[in-house]
Design a protein around this ligand. Structure first.
Ligand code: AMP
Length: 244
């Protein structure tokens, strides 16, 4: 092969490699822009429709398997495990851990719990120890809000504010970092179960003490027969599953 042929082949190879790199970069940029546009479109359209339709739209846009809210509710109810006499006799404990094992179901539960608050301009999601963290963290990401853990006494490292409260099956106290929520914040309180409402009410008191606004509550499960909602009167309360 002549020397000039070699250098010509080299130039061609460099040119084709550069062209390929440019094409891949352009493709990545374009697909990112498309994703942003469809997400923004989805959010804008969704905010003008009913909750159920919003959910349906959201599911279609994200390509999830279960597109109907009542189907999702049925699937969640089939998956959540009732553990009798835990943590003490007479209590039917709603064990949500099987939901966490199912990636699609977990994702859809989080999405459905966040859905009613998409246009509520939430700046902080306050989640209650411990199972509240499991849903609070992904909901905070979903809503683009900061996450604030509310914990049992002595667990948070920095200075805290504290409130005492009564549980369905115990009494306890909750603490929140003193600087986690500021006046002007719009706060969503998240937990797995609303039972008597004592825990959620205590969380709202902690938040209220900072001068921030409690925009609402989101629960995976509401035990309707315990009438916890009554303790949260005057506030927006959303729960995905109801047990009469
Ligand atoms: P309450 O303050 O009575 O509304 O109780 C709510 C808190 O207790 C939540 O953080 C729940 O995780 C937990 N809890 C109360 N009852 C149950 C139950 N039957 N199954 C699972 N968790 C429960």
């Amino acid at each position: 092969m002549r020397r000039s042929d070699c250098s010509w082949a080299g130039t061609c190879r460099t040119f084709l490699t550069d062209l390929l790199k440019w094409f891949l970069k352009a493709l990545t940029r374009h697909s990112r822009r498309l994703r942003l546009t469809s997400d923004a479109g989805h959010r804008t359209r969704a905010s003008t429709t009913s909750h159920d339709f919003k959910f349906h739209l959201s599911s279609m846009c994200r390509g999830h398997l279960i597109s109907d809210k009542s189907e999702l509710i049925d699937e969640l109810k089939r998956t959540i495990r009732d553990v009798h006499n835990f943590p003490k006799p007479g209590i039917v404990f709603k064990d949500v851990t099987p939901v966490l094992l199912d990636v699609k179901l977990f994702g859809q539960a989080v999405e459905a719990m966040a859905e009613p608050y998409r246009s509520a301009r939430i700046t902080r999601v306050v989640s209650i120890e411990s199972r509240g963290f499991l849903f609070g963290a992904p909901i905070a990401l979903e809503l683009g809000a900061g996450l604030v853990p509310i914990r049992k006494p002595g667990k948070l490292p920095a200075a805290t504010q504290r409130v005492e409260y009564a549980l369905e099956y115990a009494t306890d106290a909750l603490e929140m970092h003193h600087d986690a929520v500021q006046p002007g914040d719009r706060v969503l309180v998240v937990d797995d179960v609303l039972a008597t409402g004592g825990t959620a009410n205590a969380a709202a008191q902690l938040v209220g003490g900072t001068g921030a606004a409690v925009a609402g509550f989101s629960f995976l499960i509401e035990l309707d027969f315990l009438k916890g909602r009554q303790r949260l009167q005057g506030r927006r309360v959303e729960a995905l599953l109801h047990y009469a």
